[in-house]
Design a protein around this ligand. Sequence first.
Ligand code: HAS
Length: 564
Amino acid sequence: MMENYSFRFSKSSKNLNSVLLIIPMVLLFIGVYGGFMQTLFRAGIIQSDPFVGGDYYKGLTFHGVLNAIVFTTFFAVALGNALIPYSLKKHLNSKIAWTSGILMLVGSVLAAIVILIGEATVLYTFYPPLKAHPLFYIGLTLLVVGSWVASYNWVPMYLEWRKENKGEKTPLAVVGMFTTFIIWFIASLAVAVEILFMLLPWSLGLVDEINVMLARTLFWFFGHPLVYFWLLPAYVMYYSFMPKIAGGKLYSDMAGRLVFMMFILFSIPVGTHHQYMDPAIGSQWKLLHGIFTFAVALPSLITAFTLAASLEHAGRKRGGKGLFGWMWKLPYFDKEKWFFPYLILGLIIFIFGGIGGIINASYQMNTVIHNTAWVPGHFHLTVAGPVLLAFLGGSLYLIGQFMNKGIKFKGWAMISPYVYTIGLFIMSYGLKIGGLKGMPRRTNTGASYANPDSILYQPDWIFYIDLSVIGGSIMFVGIIMYLVSFFGTVFAKSESSEEGALVTFPISEPLHDEPSTWLRNFKPFIIIAIILIVLSYAPVIYDVIQNTYGGSLPYSPNSPVPLR
Ligand code: HAS
Protein backbone atom coordinates (compact mmCIF):
# COMPACT_ATOMS: atom_id res chain seq x y z
CA MET A 1 0.00 0.00 0.00
CA MET A 2 1.37 3.41 -0.97
CA GLU A 3 1.15 5.98 1.80
CA ASN A 4 1.20 9.69 1.24
CA TYR A 5 4.49 11.22 2.15
CA SER A 6 6.86 13.94 0.98
CA PHE A 7 10.03 13.37 -0.96
CA ARG A 8 13.06 15.61 -1.36
CA PHE A 9 14.00 15.84 -5.06
CA SER A 10 17.48 17.14 -5.88
CA LYS A 11 17.62 20.76 -7.05
CA SER A 12 18.82 19.60 -10.43
CA SER A 13 15.82 17.23 -10.88
CA LYS A 14 13.44 19.99 -9.86
CA ASN A 15 14.97 22.42 -12.33
CA LEU A 16 14.94 19.87 -15.12
CA ASN A 17 11.29 18.94 -14.54
CA SER A 18 10.33 22.62 -14.45
CA VAL A 19 12.03 23.15 -17.83
CA LEU A 20 10.27 20.04 -19.20
CA LEU A 21 6.95 21.58 -18.18
CA ILE A 22 7.45 25.25 -19.07
CA ILE A 23 8.97 25.03 -22.56
CA PRO A 24 6.31 22.69 -23.99
CA MET A 25 3.67 24.94 -22.42
CA VAL A 26 4.99 27.84 -24.52
CA LEU A 27 4.97 25.56 -27.58
CA LEU A 28 1.47 24.37 -26.66
CA PHE A 29 0.29 27.95 -26.61
CA ILE A 30 1.68 28.52 -30.10
CA GLY A 31 0.07 25.24 -31.23
CA VAL A 32 -3.30 26.14 -29.70
CA TYR A 33 -3.13 29.52 -31.38
CA GLY A 34 -2.57 27.60 -34.65
CA GLY A 35 -5.70 25.53 -33.94
CA PHE A 36 -7.74 28.67 -33.29
CA MET A 37 -6.54 30.16 -36.57
CA GLN A 38 -7.63 26.94 -38.33
CA THR A 39 -11.20 27.42 -37.22
CA LEU A 40 -11.24 31.12 -38.20
CA PHE A 41 -9.75 30.30 -41.58
CA ARG A 42 -12.25 27.49 -42.24
CA ALA A 43 -15.08 29.84 -41.50
CA GLY A 44 -13.69 32.44 -43.88
CA ILE A 45 -13.26 34.94 -41.01
CA ILE A 46 -9.56 35.35 -41.82
CA GLN A 47 -7.89 34.74 -45.17
CA SER A 48 -4.58 33.60 -43.68
CA ASP A 49 -2.93 32.96 -40.34
CA PRO A 50 -0.63 35.97 -39.78
CA PHE A 51 1.89 33.77 -37.94
CA VAL A 52 2.43 31.18 -40.67
CA GLY A 53 1.34 33.26 -43.66
CA GLY A 54 -1.31 31.97 -46.03
CA ASP A 55 -0.20 28.35 -45.86
CA TYR A 56 -3.09 26.30 -44.45
CA TYR A 57 -1.08 23.07 -44.34
CA LYS A 58 1.86 24.72 -42.59
CA GLY A 59 -0.49 25.95 -39.85
CA LEU A 60 -2.06 22.50 -39.53
CA THR A 61 1.35 20.81 -39.33
CA PHE A 62 2.47 23.24 -36.66
CA HIS A 63 -0.74 22.71 -34.65
CA GLY A 64 -0.57 18.90 -34.85
CA VAL A 65 3.15 18.42 -34.26
CA LEU A 66 3.42 20.84 -31.33
CA ASN A 67 0.25 19.78 -29.54
CA ALA A 68 0.01 16.08 -30.28
CA ILE A 69 3.67 15.07 -30.44
CA VAL A 70 5.88 17.59 -28.63
CA PHE A 71 3.71 18.67 -25.67
CA THR A 72 2.54 15.13 -24.90
CA THR A 73 6.02 13.55 -25.01
CA PHE A 74 7.47 16.22 -22.71
CA PHE A 75 4.67 15.81 -20.21
CA ALA A 76 4.90 11.99 -20.18
CA VAL A 77 8.64 12.25 -19.45
CA ALA A 78 8.13 14.90 -16.74
CA LEU A 79 5.42 12.77 -15.08
CA GLY A 80 7.70 9.71 -15.10
CA ASN A 81 10.61 11.76 -13.76
CA ALA A 82 8.30 12.89 -10.97
CA LEU A 83 6.31 9.79 -10.04
CA ILE A 84 8.93 7.06 -10.37
CA PRO A 85 11.52 8.58 -7.98
CA TYR A 86 8.71 9.67 -5.66
CA SER A 87 7.02 6.26 -5.50
CA LEU A 88 10.26 4.27 -5.26
CA LYS A 89 11.97 6.79 -2.94
CA LYS A 90 15.04 6.87 -5.15
CA HIS A 91 16.93 9.64 -6.92
CA LEU A 92 17.19 10.13 -10.67
CA ASN A 93 20.60 10.07 -12.30
CA SER A 94 20.74 13.78 -13.04
CA LYS A 95 23.24 13.63 -15.88
CA ILE A 96 21.18 11.10 -17.83
CA ALA A 97 17.98 13.01 -17.10
CA TRP A 98 19.47 16.28 -18.39
CA THR A 99 20.90 14.55 -21.47
CA SER A 100 17.44 13.26 -22.32
CA GLY A 101 15.87 16.69 -21.70
CA ILE A 102 18.42 18.44 -23.92
CA LEU A 103 17.97 15.92 -26.75
CA MET A 104 14.21 16.41 -26.61
CA LEU A 105 14.50 20.19 -26.54
CA VAL A 106 16.97 20.42 -29.42
CA GLY A 107 14.85 17.97 -31.47
CA SER A 108 11.59 19.82 -30.87
CA VAL A 109 13.00 23.27 -31.56
CA LEU A 110 14.64 21.98 -34.75
CA ALA A 111 11.37 20.42 -35.97
CA ALA A 112 9.42 23.59 -35.06
CA ILE A 113 11.85 25.85 -36.96
CA VAL A 114 11.78 23.64 -40.05
CA ILE A 115 7.97 23.71 -40.03
CA LEU A 116 7.94 27.49 -39.57
CA ILE A 117 10.25 28.18 -42.50
CA GLY A 118 7.91 26.11 -44.65
CA GLU A 119 10.21 23.13 -45.19
CA ALA A 120 8.03 20.52 -43.47
CA THR A 121 4.45 20.97 -44.56
CA VAL A 122 3.67 17.31 -44.01
CA LEU A 123 1.09 17.30 -41.17
CA TYR A 124 1.64 15.37 -37.95
CA THR A 125 1.41 12.01 -39.72
CA PHE A 126 4.25 13.01 -42.15
CA TYR A 127 2.95 10.52 -44.76
CA PRO A 128 4.96 10.37 -47.96
CA PRO A 129 4.72 11.38 -50.75
CA LEU A 130 4.65 14.64 -48.78
CA LYS A 131 8.29 15.38 -48.16
CA ALA A 132 9.94 17.38 -45.37
CA HIS A 133 13.47 18.73 -45.03
CA PRO A 134 15.77 16.06 -43.49
CA LEU A 135 16.18 18.25 -40.37
CA PHE A 136 12.46 17.76 -39.58
CA TYR A 137 12.90 13.99 -39.43
CA ILE A 138 16.16 14.39 -37.48
CA GLY A 139 14.39 16.70 -35.00
CA LEU A 140 11.61 14.17 -34.40
CA THR A 141 14.18 11.39 -34.02
CA LEU A 142 16.02 13.39 -31.34
CA LEU A 143 12.75 13.95 -29.50
CA VAL A 144 11.98 10.22 -29.49
CA VAL A 145 15.55 9.18 -28.60
CA GLY A 146 15.55 11.73 -25.74
CA SER A 147 12.36 10.16 -24.36
CA TRP A 148 13.92 6.67 -24.62
CA VAL A 149 16.96 7.90 -22.66
CA ALA A 150 14.65 9.33 -19.97
CA SER A 151 12.91 5.99 -19.53
CA TYR A 152 16.17 3.97 -19.44
CA ASN A 153 17.10 6.18 -16.51
CA TRP A 154 14.18 4.71 -14.50
CA VAL A 155 15.13 1.06 -15.04
CA PRO A 156 18.10 0.78 -12.60
CA MET A 157 16.04 2.56 -9.91
CA TYR A 158 13.24 0.04 -10.36
CA LEU A 159 15.55 -2.99 -10.36
CA GLU A 160 17.25 -1.75 -7.20
CA TRP A 161 13.85 -1.18 -5.56
CA ARG A 162 12.74 -4.71 -6.47
CA LYS A 163 15.88 -6.17 -4.88
CA GLU A 164 15.28 -4.22 -1.69
CA ASN A 165 11.52 -4.89 -1.55
CA LYS A 166 11.16 -8.54 -2.47
CA GLY A 167 7.53 -9.73 -2.49
CA GLU A 168 6.13 -6.15 -2.42
CA LYS A 169 3.74 -4.88 -5.07
CA THR A 170 5.23 -2.25 -7.37
CA PRO A 171 3.35 1.04 -6.79
CA LEU A 172 0.53 1.35 -9.33
CA ALA A 173 1.80 4.70 -10.65
CA VAL A 174 5.14 3.07 -11.46
CA VAL A 175 3.39 0.19 -13.25
CA GLY A 176 1.43 2.75 -15.28
CA MET A 177 4.50 4.80 -16.24
CA PHE A 178 6.51 1.74 -17.24
CA THR A 179 3.56 0.45 -19.29
CA THR A 180 3.41 3.80 -21.09
CA PHE A 181 7.07 3.65 -22.04
CA ILE A 182 7.14 -0.08 -22.89
CA ILE A 183 4.39 0.59 -25.45
CA TRP A 184 6.18 3.72 -26.63
CA PHE A 185 9.48 1.92 -27.07
CA ILE A 186 8.07 -1.03 -29.06
CA ALA A 187 5.91 1.25 -31.20
CA SER A 188 8.61 3.79 -31.94
CA LEU A 189 10.90 1.07 -33.36
CA ALA A 190 8.64 1.00 -36.44
CA VAL A 191 8.75 4.76 -36.96
CA ALA A 192 12.54 4.63 -36.44
CA VAL A 193 12.74 2.15 -39.34
CA GLU A 194 10.42 4.35 -41.43
CA ILE A 195 12.50 7.47 -40.78
CA LEU A 196 16.01 6.02 -40.92
CA PHE A 197 15.59 3.65 -43.86
CA MET A 198 12.88 5.30 -45.92
CA LEU A 199 12.11 8.97 -45.25
CA LEU A 200 15.61 10.28 -44.54
CA PRO A 201 17.40 8.72 -47.55
CA TRP A 202 14.50 9.87 -49.78
CA SER A 203 14.46 13.34 -48.30
CA LEU A 204 18.26 13.61 -48.67
CA GLY A 205 17.87 12.68 -52.34
CA LEU A 206 19.87 9.44 -51.94
CA VAL A 207 16.94 7.54 -53.43
CA ASP A 208 14.34 8.96 -55.83
CA GLU A 209 11.20 7.11 -54.87
CA ILE A 210 9.49 5.85 -51.74
CA ASN A 211 7.02 3.02 -51.15
CA VAL A 212 4.11 5.06 -49.83
CA MET A 213 2.04 2.11 -48.59
CA LEU A 214 4.93 0.57 -46.67
CA ALA A 215 5.71 3.93 -45.04
CA ARG A 216 2.03 4.40 -44.07
CA THR A 217 1.91 0.90 -42.60
CA LEU A 218 5.05 1.48 -40.51
CA PHE A 219 3.62 4.82 -39.42
CA TRP A 220 0.38 3.22 -38.17
CA PHE A 221 2.29 0.45 -36.41
CA PHE A 222 3.57 3.42 -34.40
CA GLY A 223 0.57 5.75 -34.74
CA HIS A 224 -2.12 3.84 -32.91
CA PRO A 225 -0.03 2.88 -29.87
CA LEU A 226 0.98 6.55 -29.93
CA VAL A 227 -2.60 7.38 -28.86
CA TYR A 228 -2.18 5.12 -25.82
CA PHE A 229 1.18 6.74 -25.12
CA TRP A 230 -0.93 9.91 -24.80
CA LEU A 231 -3.76 8.30 -22.88
CA LEU A 232 -1.85 6.26 -20.30
CA PRO A 233 -0.23 9.12 -18.35
CA ALA A 234 -3.81 10.43 -17.98
CA TYR A 235 -4.87 6.96 -16.73
CA VAL A 236 -1.97 7.04 -14.24
CA MET A 237 -3.39 10.28 -12.83
CA TYR A 238 -7.00 8.96 -12.86
CA TYR A 239 -6.04 5.83 -10.96
CA SER A 240 -3.41 7.33 -8.67
CA PHE A 241 -4.65 10.85 -7.94
CA MET A 242 -8.37 11.15 -8.62
CA PRO A 243 -9.89 8.93 -5.90
CA LYS A 244 -7.74 10.66 -3.27
CA ILE A 245 -8.55 14.18 -4.54
CA ALA A 246 -12.26 13.25 -4.57
CA GLY A 247 -11.95 12.21 -0.93
CA GLY A 248 -12.11 8.41 -1.38
CA LYS A 249 -10.05 5.37 -2.28
CA LEU A 250 -9.31 3.45 -5.46
CA TYR A 251 -12.04 0.82 -5.78
CA SER A 252 -9.77 -1.86 -7.23
CA ASP A 253 -6.01 -1.65 -7.46
CA MET A 254 -6.02 -5.02 -9.24
CA ALA A 255 -8.30 -3.68 -11.98
CA GLY A 256 -5.79 -0.86 -12.52
CA ARG A 257 -2.93 -3.32 -12.90
CA LEU A 258 -4.97 -5.51 -15.25
CA VAL A 259 -5.85 -2.48 -17.37
CA PHE A 260 -2.20 -1.50 -17.82
CA MET A 261 -1.17 -5.07 -18.72
CA MET A 262 -4.05 -5.29 -21.24
CA PHE A 263 -2.74 -2.14 -22.91
CA ILE A 264 0.66 -3.81 -23.32
CA LEU A 265 -1.06 -6.75 -25.04
CA PHE A 266 -3.47 -4.95 -27.35
CA SER A 267 -2.18 -1.42 -28.06
CA ILE A 268 -0.01 -2.35 -31.00
CA PRO A 269 -1.57 -5.09 -33.21
CA VAL A 270 -4.37 -2.70 -34.24
CA GLY A 271 -2.80 -0.06 -36.51
CA THR A 272 -4.48 -1.31 -39.70
CA HIS A 273 -7.82 0.08 -38.47
CA HIS A 274 -6.41 3.40 -39.73
CA GLN A 275 -5.92 1.75 -43.12
CA TYR A 276 -9.26 0.01 -43.63
CA MET A 277 -9.71 2.08 -46.80
CA ASP A 278 -6.14 1.55 -48.06
CA PRO A 279 -5.37 -0.85 -50.91
CA ALA A 280 -2.69 -3.59 -50.78
CA ILE A 281 -3.71 -5.10 -47.42
CA GLY A 282 -5.94 -8.20 -47.42
CA SER A 283 -9.35 -7.74 -45.78
CA GLN A 284 -8.81 -10.76 -43.50
CA TRP A 285 -5.88 -8.90 -41.85
CA LYS A 286 -7.98 -5.77 -41.54
CA LEU A 287 -10.58 -7.93 -39.77
CA LEU A 288 -7.90 -9.30 -37.41
CA HIS A 289 -6.75 -5.77 -36.52
CA GLY A 290 -10.43 -4.82 -36.09
CA ILE A 291 -10.91 -7.64 -33.56
CA PHE A 292 -7.83 -6.52 -31.60
CA THR A 293 -9.17 -2.96 -31.72
CA PHE A 294 -12.29 -4.08 -29.87
CA ALA A 295 -9.99 -5.85 -27.41
CA VAL A 296 -8.07 -2.63 -26.75
CA ALA A 297 -11.32 -0.87 -25.87
CA LEU A 298 -11.85 -3.36 -23.00
CA PRO A 299 -9.28 -1.87 -20.60
CA SER A 300 -10.99 1.48 -21.04
CA LEU A 301 -14.38 -0.07 -20.26
CA ILE A 302 -12.88 -1.67 -17.12
CA THR A 303 -11.48 1.76 -16.27
CA ALA A 304 -14.92 3.35 -16.67
CA PHE A 305 -16.44 0.99 -14.08
CA THR A 306 -13.47 1.07 -11.68
CA LEU A 307 -13.27 4.85 -11.65
CA ALA A 308 -17.03 5.26 -11.38
CA ALA A 309 -16.99 2.92 -8.36
CA SER A 310 -14.11 4.89 -6.82
CA LEU A 311 -16.01 8.14 -7.33
CA GLU A 312 -19.14 6.60 -5.85
CA HIS A 313 -17.12 5.58 -2.79
CA ALA A 314 -15.82 9.16 -2.48
CA GLY A 315 -19.27 10.69 -3.03
CA ARG A 316 -20.85 8.46 -0.36
CA LYS A 317 -18.06 9.30 2.09
CA ARG A 318 -18.89 12.96 1.47
CA GLY A 319 -22.52 12.31 2.45
CA GLY A 320 -24.11 11.31 -0.85
CA LYS A 321 -27.25 9.14 -0.53
CA GLY A 322 -29.44 7.12 -2.90
CA LEU A 323 -28.63 5.66 -6.29
CA PHE A 324 -27.11 8.80 -7.84
CA GLY A 325 -26.96 11.26 -4.91
CA TRP A 326 -23.22 10.63 -4.49
CA MET A 327 -22.56 12.24 -7.87
CA TRP A 328 -23.57 15.70 -6.64
CA LYS A 329 -21.27 15.49 -3.62
CA LEU A 330 -18.04 15.38 -5.62
CA PRO A 331 -15.77 18.47 -5.40
CA TYR A 332 -16.64 19.97 -8.81
CA PHE A 333 -16.33 23.59 -7.66
CA ASP A 334 -13.96 23.44 -4.70
CA LYS A 335 -11.14 25.93 -5.38
CA GLU A 336 -8.78 24.01 -3.13
CA LYS A 337 -9.43 20.91 -5.25
CA TRP A 338 -8.96 22.73 -8.57
CA PHE A 339 -7.29 19.59 -10.02
CA PHE A 340 -10.52 17.55 -9.81
CA PRO A 341 -12.37 19.21 -12.74
CA TYR A 342 -9.41 18.50 -15.05
CA LEU A 343 -9.83 14.79 -14.33
CA ILE A 344 -13.61 14.35 -14.08
CA LEU A 345 -14.40 16.50 -17.12
CA GLY A 346 -11.84 14.54 -19.14
CA LEU A 347 -13.60 11.32 -18.17
CA ILE A 348 -17.01 12.65 -19.12
CA ILE A 349 -15.61 13.77 -22.49
CA PHE A 350 -14.01 10.35 -22.96
CA ILE A 351 -17.40 8.60 -22.78
CA PHE A 352 -18.19 10.31 -26.12
CA GLY A 353 -14.63 10.04 -27.51
CA GLY A 354 -14.60 6.31 -26.71
CA ILE A 355 -17.97 5.60 -28.31
CA GLY A 356 -16.73 7.42 -31.42
CA GLY A 357 -13.62 5.20 -31.42
CA ILE A 358 -15.75 2.07 -31.41
CA ILE A 359 -17.76 3.44 -34.33
CA ASN A 360 -14.52 4.11 -36.23
CA ALA A 361 -13.31 0.59 -35.54
CA SER A 362 -16.37 -0.95 -37.19
CA TYR A 363 -15.40 -1.51 -40.82
CA GLN A 364 -18.68 -0.59 -42.49
CA MET A 365 -19.10 2.56 -40.42
CA ASN A 366 -15.49 3.48 -41.07
CA THR A 367 -16.33 3.66 -44.78
CA VAL A 368 -18.73 6.51 -43.91
CA ILE A 369 -16.48 8.54 -41.63
CA HIS A 370 -12.95 7.95 -42.95
CA ASN A 371 -11.20 11.14 -44.10
CA THR A 372 -14.16 13.28 -43.06
CA ALA A 373 -14.29 15.95 -40.33
CA TRP A 374 -15.77 13.23 -38.07
CA VAL A 375 -12.20 12.00 -37.41
CA PRO A 376 -10.90 15.30 -35.95
CA GLY A 377 -14.21 15.33 -34.04
CA HIS A 378 -13.22 11.95 -32.56
CA PHE A 379 -9.67 12.86 -31.73
CA HIS A 380 -10.51 16.17 -30.14
CA LEU A 381 -12.78 14.20 -27.77
CA THR A 382 -9.81 11.97 -26.88
CA VAL A 383 -6.38 13.55 -27.20
CA ALA A 384 -7.63 17.14 -26.92
CA GLY A 385 -10.15 16.13 -24.20
CA PRO A 386 -9.20 13.69 -21.44
CA VAL A 387 -5.52 13.69 -22.38
CA LEU A 388 -5.07 17.44 -22.70
CA LEU A 389 -7.11 18.26 -19.58
CA ALA A 390 -5.28 15.69 -17.43
CA PHE A 391 -1.92 16.94 -18.76
CA LEU A 392 -2.85 20.57 -18.08
CA GLY A 393 -3.99 19.77 -14.54
CA GLY A 394 -0.90 17.61 -14.03
CA SER A 395 1.45 20.31 -15.37
CA LEU A 396 0.01 22.92 -13.02
CA TYR A 397 0.25 20.58 -10.04
CA LEU A 398 3.82 19.53 -10.87
CA ILE A 399 5.06 23.05 -11.56
CA GLY A 400 3.70 24.20 -8.18
CA GLN A 401 5.50 21.32 -6.47
CA PHE A 402 8.79 21.53 -8.36
CA MET A 403 9.10 25.32 -8.23
CA ASN A 404 7.89 25.34 -4.64
CA LYS A 405 5.08 27.80 -5.36
CA GLY A 406 1.43 28.05 -4.40
CA ILE A 407 -0.98 27.88 -7.36
CA LYS A 408 -1.96 31.38 -8.45
CA PHE A 409 -5.38 32.38 -9.83
CA LYS A 410 -6.90 29.16 -8.46
CA GLY A 411 -10.40 30.26 -9.43
CA TRP A 412 -9.32 30.64 -13.05
CA ALA A 413 -7.50 27.33 -12.89
CA MET A 414 -10.69 25.67 -11.61
CA ILE A 415 -13.08 27.26 -14.14
CA SER A 416 -10.83 26.93 -17.18
CA PRO A 417 -11.54 23.19 -17.81
CA TYR A 418 -15.30 23.89 -17.70
CA VAL A 419 -15.00 26.65 -20.28
CA TYR A 420 -12.73 24.46 -22.41
CA THR A 421 -15.10 21.47 -22.17
CA ILE A 422 -18.16 23.48 -23.24
CA GLY A 423 -16.19 24.71 -26.27
CA LEU A 424 -14.89 21.24 -27.03
CA PHE A 425 -18.36 19.67 -27.08
CA ILE A 426 -19.68 22.39 -29.38
CA MET A 427 -16.71 22.16 -31.74
CA SER A 428 -16.66 18.36 -31.84
CA TYR A 429 -20.40 18.18 -32.48
CA GLY A 430 -19.89 20.54 -35.44
CA LEU A 431 -17.00 18.47 -36.77
CA LYS A 432 -18.72 15.12 -36.26
CA ILE A 433 -22.07 15.97 -37.79
CA GLY A 434 -20.38 18.02 -40.52
CA GLY A 435 -18.26 14.91 -41.19
CA LEU A 436 -21.37 12.75 -41.50
CA LYS A 437 -22.63 15.24 -44.06
CA GLY A 438 -19.45 14.72 -46.06
CA MET A 439 -17.25 17.59 -44.84
CA PRO A 440 -13.66 16.43 -45.53
CA ARG A 441 -10.76 16.66 -43.07
CA ARG A 442 -7.39 18.37 -43.75
CA THR A 443 -8.46 19.83 -47.06
CA ASN A 444 -7.51 23.30 -48.17
CA THR A 445 -10.52 24.58 -50.01
CA GLY A 446 -8.67 27.52 -51.47
CA ALA A 447 -10.95 29.84 -49.54
CA SER A 448 -13.41 28.20 -47.16
CA TYR A 449 -16.27 25.73 -47.02
CA ALA A 450 -18.43 28.66 -46.07
CA ASN A 451 -17.41 30.74 -49.06
CA PRO A 452 -19.76 30.53 -52.08
CA ASP A 453 -16.72 31.08 -54.38
CA SER A 454 -14.95 27.97 -53.11
CA ILE A 455 -15.13 24.82 -55.20
CA LEU A 456 -16.05 22.90 -52.04
CA TYR A 457 -18.79 25.31 -50.96
CA GLN A 458 -21.64 23.38 -49.34
CA PRO A 459 -24.55 25.29 -47.80
CA ASP A 460 -25.33 22.15 -45.75
CA TRP A 461 -22.07 22.48 -43.88
CA ILE A 462 -22.29 26.11 -42.86
CA PHE A 463 -24.14 25.52 -39.59
CA TYR A 464 -21.58 22.91 -38.53
CA ILE A 465 -18.65 25.10 -39.52
CA ASP A 466 -20.17 27.88 -37.42
CA LEU A 467 -20.46 25.49 -34.48
CA SER A 468 -16.82 24.50 -34.79
CA VAL A 469 -15.78 28.18 -34.90
CA ILE A 470 -17.87 29.03 -31.83
CA GLY A 471 -16.61 25.95 -29.96
CA GLY A 472 -12.97 26.52 -31.01
CA SER A 473 -13.13 30.13 -29.80
CA ILE A 474 -14.54 29.09 -26.41
CA MET A 475 -11.79 26.45 -26.08
CA PHE A 476 -9.20 29.11 -26.81
CA VAL A 477 -10.60 31.28 -24.00
CA GLY A 478 -10.44 28.28 -21.63
CA ILE A 479 -6.78 27.70 -22.49
CA ILE A 480 -5.91 31.38 -22.00
CA MET A 481 -7.50 31.23 -18.51
CA TYR A 482 -5.38 28.19 -17.75
CA LEU A 483 -2.20 29.84 -19.02
CA VAL A 484 -2.82 32.87 -16.81
CA SER A 485 -2.82 30.54 -13.81
CA PHE A 486 0.13 28.45 -15.07
CA PHE A 487 2.43 31.38 -15.85
CA GLY A 488 1.08 33.34 -12.85
CA THR A 489 2.38 30.43 -10.76
CA VAL A 490 5.68 30.18 -12.64
CA PHE A 491 6.42 33.87 -12.12
CA ALA A 492 5.11 34.04 -8.53
CA LYS A 493 7.45 34.33 -5.55
CA SER A 494 8.77 31.02 -4.32
CA GLU A 495 7.59 29.78 -0.91
CA SER A 496 11.01 29.31 0.55
CA SER A 497 10.18 27.28 3.66
CA GLU A 498 12.14 24.11 4.42
CA GLU A 499 8.84 22.15 4.34
CA GLY A 500 8.01 23.57 0.92
CA ALA A 501 11.19 22.13 -0.57
CA LEU A 502 9.53 18.72 -0.29
CA VAL A 503 7.30 17.33 -3.02
CA THR A 504 3.97 15.58 -2.33
CA PHE A 505 1.56 13.80 -4.68
CA PRO A 506 -2.03 12.87 -3.84
CA ILE A 507 -1.60 9.09 -4.15
CA SER A 508 -4.81 7.11 -3.58
CA GLU A 509 -4.97 4.10 -1.31
CA PRO A 510 -6.77 0.99 -2.56
CA LEU A 511 -10.12 0.13 -1.01
CA HIS A 512 -9.44 -3.60 -0.95
CA ASP A 513 -6.30 -5.56 -0.34
CA GLU A 514 -5.82 -7.59 -3.53
CA PRO A 515 -2.56 -9.54 -3.85
CA SER A 516 -2.77 -9.71 -7.70
CA THR A 517 0.39 -11.84 -7.84
CA TRP A 518 -0.28 -12.81 -11.48
CA LEU A 519 -0.04 -9.17 -12.50
CA ARG A 520 3.30 -8.39 -10.91
CA ASN A 521 5.65 -9.22 -13.77
CA PHE A 522 5.78 -7.34 -17.08
CA LYS A 523 7.70 -10.10 -18.88
CA PRO A 524 4.91 -12.56 -19.79
CA PHE A 525 2.75 -9.70 -21.05
CA ILE A 526 5.57 -8.29 -23.19
CA ILE A 527 6.23 -11.76 -24.67
CA ILE A 528 2.57 -12.31 -25.55
CA ALA A 529 2.42 -8.78 -26.99
CA ILE A 530 5.38 -9.55 -29.26
CA ILE A 531 3.70 -12.77 -30.44
CA LEU A 532 0.48 -10.88 -31.21
CA ILE A 533 2.42 -8.19 -33.07
CA VAL A 534 4.24 -10.75 -35.22
CA LEU A 535 1.02 -12.66 -35.96
CA SER A 536 -0.89 -9.53 -36.90
CA TYR A 537 1.80 -7.52 -38.69
CA ALA A 538 3.83 -10.17 -40.58
CA PRO A 539 0.98 -10.85 -43.05
CA VAL A 540 0.19 -7.15 -43.40
CA ILE A 541 3.80 -6.22 -44.26
CA TYR A 542 3.99 -9.24 -46.57
CA ASP A 543 0.83 -8.11 -48.40
CA VAL A 544 2.08 -4.55 -48.72
CA ILE A 545 5.41 -5.65 -50.17
CA GLN A 546 3.72 -8.13 -52.55
CA ASN A 547 1.06 -5.75 -53.76
CA THR A 548 3.05 -2.56 -54.34
CA TYR A 549 5.60 -1.80 -57.01
CA GLY A 550 7.70 1.25 -57.80
CA GLY A 551 7.38 4.25 -55.55
CA SER A 552 6.55 7.92 -55.47
CA LEU A 553 8.57 11.06 -56.10
CA PRO A 554 8.31 13.71 -53.34
CA TYR A 555 5.41 16.18 -53.30
CA SER A 556 4.28 19.24 -51.40
CA PRO A 557 0.56 19.66 -50.56
CA ASN A 558 0.66 23.06 -52.23
CA SER A 559 1.83 21.91 -55.64
CA PRO A 560 0.50 19.34 -58.12
CA VAL A 561 3.97 18.62 -59.60
CA PRO A 562 6.70 16.56 -57.91
CA LEU A 563 9.43 18.43 -56.03
CA ARG A 564 12.16 16.85 -58.18
FE1 HAS B 1 -9.01 6.76 -31.95
C1 HAS B 1 -8.61 7.66 -35.26
C2 HAS B 1 -10.51 3.85 -32.89
C3 HAS B 1 -9.29 5.83 -28.64
C4 HAS B 1 -6.88 9.30 -31.05
N1 HAS B 1 -7.96 8.20 -32.97
C5 HAS B 1 -7.94 8.42 -34.32
C6 HAS B 1 -7.11 9.54 -34.62
C7 HAS B 1 -6.58 9.98 -33.43
C8 HAS B 1 -7.14 9.14 -32.40
C9 HAS B 1 -5.60 11.11 -33.23
O1 HAS B 1 -10.82 2.18 -35.43
C10 HAS B 1 -6.88 10.14 -36.00
C11 HAS B 1 -5.62 9.63 -36.64
C12 HAS B 1 -5.41 10.32 -37.96
O2 HAS B 1 -4.87 11.45 -37.95
O3 HAS B 1 -5.81 9.77 -38.98
N2 HAS B 1 -9.80 5.17 -30.95
C13 HAS B 1 -10.38 4.09 -31.52
C14 HAS B 1 -10.86 3.18 -30.49
C15 HAS B 1 -10.50 3.75 -29.29
C16 HAS B 1 -9.83 4.99 -29.59
C17 HAS B 1 -11.58 1.89 -30.67
N3 HAS B 1 -8.25 7.44 -30.19
C18 HAS B 1 -8.47 6.91 -28.95
C19 HAS B 1 -7.73 7.64 -27.96
C20 HAS B 1 -7.04 8.62 -28.65
C21 HAS B 1 -7.39 8.48 -30.05
C22 HAS B 1 -7.74 7.34 -26.49
C23 HAS B 1 -6.11 9.66 -28.18
C24 HAS B 1 -5.70 9.79 -26.96
N4 HAS B 1 -9.49 5.93 -33.73
C25 HAS B 1 -10.06 4.71 -33.89
C26 HAS B 1 -10.14 4.41 -35.34
C27 HAS B 1 -9.59 5.49 -36.02
C28 HAS B 1 -9.19 6.43 -34.98
C29 HAS B 1 -10.67 3.20 -35.98
C30 HAS B 1 -9.43 5.64 -37.53
C31 HAS B 1 -10.49 6.51 -38.11
C32 HAS B 1 -10.20 6.75 -39.58
O4 HAS B 1 -10.81 6.06 -40.40
O5 HAS B 1 -9.39 7.62 -39.93
C33 HAS B 1 -10.74 3.12 -27.91
O6 HAS B 1 -9.53 3.00 -27.21
C34 HAS B 1 -11.76 3.87 -27.11
C35 HAS B 1 -12.17 3.12 -25.87
C36 HAS B 1 -12.81 4.05 -24.89
C37 HAS B 1 -13.93 3.81 -24.22
C38 HAS B 1 -14.49 4.86 -23.29
C39 HAS B 1 -14.34 4.50 -21.82
C40 HAS B 1 -14.84 5.61 -20.98
C41 HAS B 1 -14.22 6.10 -19.86
C42 HAS B 1 -14.85 7.26 -19.13
C43 HAS B 1 -15.64 6.82 -17.91
C44 HAS B 1 -16.27 7.96 -17.24
C45 HAS B 1 -16.41 8.12 -15.90
C46 HAS B 1 -17.01 9.41 -15.40
C47 HAS B 1 -15.95 7.14 -14.91
C48 HAS B 1 -14.68 2.54 -24.36
C49 HAS B 1 -12.98 5.50 -19.30
C50 HAS B 1 -18.24 9.16 -14.57
C51 HAS B 1 -18.87 10.50 -14.30
C52 HAS B 1 -19.37 10.89 -13.09
C53 HAS B 1 -19.94 12.22 -12.93
C54 HAS B 1 -19.37 10.03 -11.90
